[in-house]
Design a binder for this molecule. Structure first.
Ligand SMILES: Cc1cc2nc3c(=O)[nH]c(=O)nc-3n(C[C@H](O)[C@H](O)[C@H](O)COP(=O)(O)O)c2cc1C
Length: 323
């Protein structure tokens, strides 16, 4: 008797995994499935050498995909045991998940699985209603449950982050590598990967903007302007260490936080540009008042209907890497 997972289960698991966020929607994952074991690899052909030279953002995306896979597995009746970066001699293998049918399901992961298709990065203005205190605590707990920390910034912290954003924007003006790379992944109609113009959100009337403007094309740069909230709710997601497996952990925590937010009707976008510069990343962590390594700067708000970015056909994620 074959011990392979049923085809429909494989399809459901991969559909959930690839719905995870990834920088510029590069979807830098590959999955190998053998019996009840799912291996998650980095797809080096989808890297961002200018904006993510160390691959940290790719590993965060892989961690997020791993979390979705675990949630989907639980909702399909499988217990999911996982190991991060299981073999140091195989650096592209980031996580291994072993699935076993179980009656003792993890209720929270099953519940979060329902929100996977509804989570999108929301670059629209939020209303001025502050986040409920219970939601803030729930998001902190979600990060903690996966081994990371979510720290809310006060008004001074938010102001400092926006100063750092200004600094990075000035640095980017003359950086052709970063701009060319972004032009490859952002803008226009995109049926399978990258960030389409429709997901960029409006431009902010004030500057520095509290949502990252990824536009590079002239048509995108002249899109409609809107006023954004004056006092955004911004938090920093950090891990205690900064090894590759810690970055995968950060990704799992990120997705748990984002799905918990989606369930609570809370939207999220990212203001990560200061984390892409080695001298600025520690300054972001300093704002948390704790030791550790900042992985994501997240702005939370209140959801409204918005469109997301498309994903590649599932078959592409299972193709063996070209050598
Ligand atoms: C590590 C990482 C960094 C990201 N950085 C940013 C960012 O700085 N600004 C932004 O607007 N979106 C950022 N994103 C969001 C991606 O653009 C988004 O996840 C992707 O386009 C897919 O869209 P979706 O989240 O709606 O599914 C980031 C995502 C990840 C995982």
């Amino acid at each position: 008797m074959s011990d392979q997972l049923p085809a429909q289960v494989v399809e459901d698991l991969l559909t959930a995994a690839v719905a995870a966020p990834s920088m510029h929607n590069t979807q830098p994952w590959r999955f190998e499935i053998e019996d009840h074991v799912v291996d998650i690899y980095l797809d080096g052909s989808r890297s961002l050498p200018a904006e993510d030279p160390t691959g940290r953002a790719m590993r965060i995306a892989a961690g997020a995909a791993t979390f979705n896979l675990r949630c989907a597995a639980e909702s399909l009746g499988y217990g999911a045991w996982f190991g991060l970066a299981p073999y140091p001699e195989e650096p592209d293998l980031l996580a291994r998940i072993v699935l076993e049918p179980t009656a003792a399901r993890n209720g929270e992961l099953c519940d979060l699985a329902e929100y996977i298709p509804h989570r999108h990065t929301d670059r629209n203005p939020s209303d001025t209603t502050p986040l409920d205190e219970t939601v803030r605590v729930a998001l902190m707990r979600a990060a903690y449950a996966e081994g990371a920390e979510l720290t809310w910034l006060g008004r001074d912290g938010v102001r400092t982050v926006l100063d750092l954003v200004l600094d990075t924007d000035l640095r980017e003006i003359g950086d052709w590598h970063r701009r060319a790379e972004r032009a490859r992944w952002v803008g226009g109609d995109r049926a399978a990967d990258g960030v389409p113009s429709s997901a960029l959100g409006p431009r902010s009337v004030s500057y520095p903007a509290i949502v990252r403007d990824l536009a590079t094309r002239p048509t995108d740069r002249s899109r409609a302007e809107r006023k954004f909230e004056e006092h955004p709710d911004i938090a920093v997601l950090s891990t205690a260490f900064d090894e590759p497996s810690d970055q995968v952990t950060a990704g799992a925590a990120l997705e748990r936080v984002l799905l918990t937010a989606t369930r609570a009707g809370v939207s999220a976008s990212f203001l990560n540009q200061p984390l892409e510069f080695d001298d600025l990343r520690p300054r972001v962590q300093l704002l948390t008042g704790r030791p550790g390594h900042a992985d994501m700067i997240i702005r939370f708000g209140h959801s409204r209907p918005h469109s997301g970015a498309a994903r590649r056909p599932l078959a592409e994620f299972q193709a063996k890497e070209q050598s």
